[in-house]
Design a protein around this ligand. Structure first.
Ligand SMILES: O=P(O)(O)OC[C@H]1O[C@H](O)[C@H](O)[C@@H](O)[C@@H]1O
Length: 436
């Protein structure tokens, strides 16, 4: 279970204001659950138990066990939704085996350094791409597949189409399916996320169990009893009031990639028709010493959603010593308690500075509660997109850069565009350069 603390949303958002949205919320809720809205072909994630049934979980676990027995490191190759979910869970929960990530950028430095780190290690490689044609992971996969131990390549991709499917069939590698009805950013609890997570040694059944519990809670149509509806309603009301940026804020560095995953989820789902809250993230207290000033006194366009871990953290107390560092008042205090005080102080200060906030409390950060949280955000994102009047399950805008890149790299089929784009990019010529 998670708990929402909505005290600092007032007066912008109050339970009464949310109650006034009941009809709109009920419509968005029904549109999502009945599959009657835009993008309804992509609701395969809605039922987490069906998305990965027992047979599929067993298959994933058995592949993970086999790879763990034969290798030291898994290189997970993917980008966007084929990357962020697995990384979010693995970085948050740790595990006992190293998973490295490749193909989430095109940096020669990043990939050379990774190759260096992997020297002398026995590698498994998991190529993950729903379309099977995304350039970044395809490029990285060419580099890393050569280094895998025999029989230790797994392709997670569309059942029938795409270049990755073709290559995997030709080479006889093991494969895991990505259903048509599951888009990348909603795929963490499918084979896309689950194989790397299982390789890391994290209990994928617990993760799924948390998501199933959240799905049950989210079936409730009354926004007062359904945290998913409440969150979707609150951010929508704030957007209508003119707020433009939602910052997901944590005080726990191991949530870094959960914040990154959330940004893709909301950015791709809602950033359409020149609308939507811009999803950003901050990691406190680190960022209080860089972004804190802006949060307190910059342009008042920000709302904050805190994700706070309440318990289960290791005990670490401040040791005694002379009081020259003026920390005597904290001797014997738990670091976790100091961090909690920092959260309370921050939420209060920001609220008083004009930043409304909502806090999501997790009793502890384990597989169950993380599964609950991930599903919470997915489900709220579907509702939120429908409240906004967009299709939360497509991402047509992402194609624009790809088309340009293919043109500039003269990919077969893009020859005509190639000349035009090269002319555009070079148009300003020397005149545009400012040299020093
Ligand atoms: O899994 P893939 O087909 O390789 O896609 C990976 C990612 O690339 C894209 O460009 C999309 O914007 C993302 O939604 C997707 O998750």
């Amino acid at each position: 279970m998670l708990t929402l603390d909505a005290a600092y949303l007032a007066p912008n958002v109050t339970p009464e204001l949310v109650a006034q949205q009941t009809d709109r919320l009920a419509l968005a809720h029904a549109t999502l659950t009945n599959g009657s809205g835009a993008g309804s072909d992509f609701l395969g994630w809605l039922d987490p138990a069906a998305m990965a049934d027992d047979a599929l979980l067993e298959e994933i676990e058995s592949i993970a066990d086999d790879l763990r027995a034969r290798t030291d490191v898994l290189v997970s190759v993917g980008i966007g939704g084929s990357y962020l979910g697995a990384r979010a869970v693995i970085e948050a929960l740790g595990g006992d085996r190293t998973v490295e990530f490749a193909g989430q950028n095109l940096s020669a430095h990043y990939h050379s350094a990774l190759l260096g780190r992997l020297k002398g290690k026995k590698l498994a490689v998991n190529a993950i791409s729903k379309s099977g044609t995304t350039t970044e992971p395809a490029v990285a996969f060419r580099i890393f597949r050569e280094l895998a131990e025999p029989g230790c390549i797994v392709a997670t991709t569309d059942k029938h189409k795409g270049a990755l499917r073709k290559v995997a069939s030709g080479a006889g590698w093991r494969t895991l399916p990505i259903e048509d009805s599951i888009g990348g950013r909603y795929s963490v609890l499918s084979p896309v996320g689950l194989l790397p997570i299982a390789y890391a040694g994290i209990d994928i059944r617990e993760l799924q169990r948390g998501a199933i519990a959240c799905a049950r809670a989210a079936a409730e149509p009354d926004p007062k009893k359904n945290p998913v509806l409440f969150y979707a309603a609150a951010r929508n009301l704030l957007y209508q009031q003119g707020f433009l940026i939602e910052a997901l804020a944590s005080f726990e560095p191991r949530l870094h990639y959960v914040l990154e995953w959330w940004k893709q989820l909301y950015g791709e789902s809602e950033g359409k028709n020149h609308m939507a809250l811009y999803p950003s993230s901050v990691e406190f207290t680190t960022d209080l010493h860089s972004m804190g000033q802006y949060f307190q006194e910059g342009r008042r366009a920000l709302i904050e959603t805190f994700v706070i871990v309440d318990g289960g953290e290791p005990s670490l107390t401040l040791p005694s010593g002379d009081n020259a560092d003026e920390l005597g008042y904290l001797v014997g205090e738990e670091l976790t308690a100091i961090n909690q005080a920092a959260y309370q102080a921050t939420a209060l200060a920001h609220r008083e500075g004009g930043v409304p906030s909502l806090t999501i409390h997790l009793p502890k950060l384990d597989a169950y509660h993380l599964g609950f949280l991930l599903y919470f955000f997915e489900r709220a994102c579907g509702i939120s997109g429908y409240l906004m009047g967009v299709n939360p399950f497509d991402q047509p805008g992402v194609e624009a850069y790809k088309k340009n890149m293919f043109g500039l790299l003269a990919k077969p089929g893009y020859e005509a565009l190639s000349g035009e784009l090269k002319a555009k990019v070079g148009a300003a010529g020397d005149a545009a350069l400012v040299r020093f």
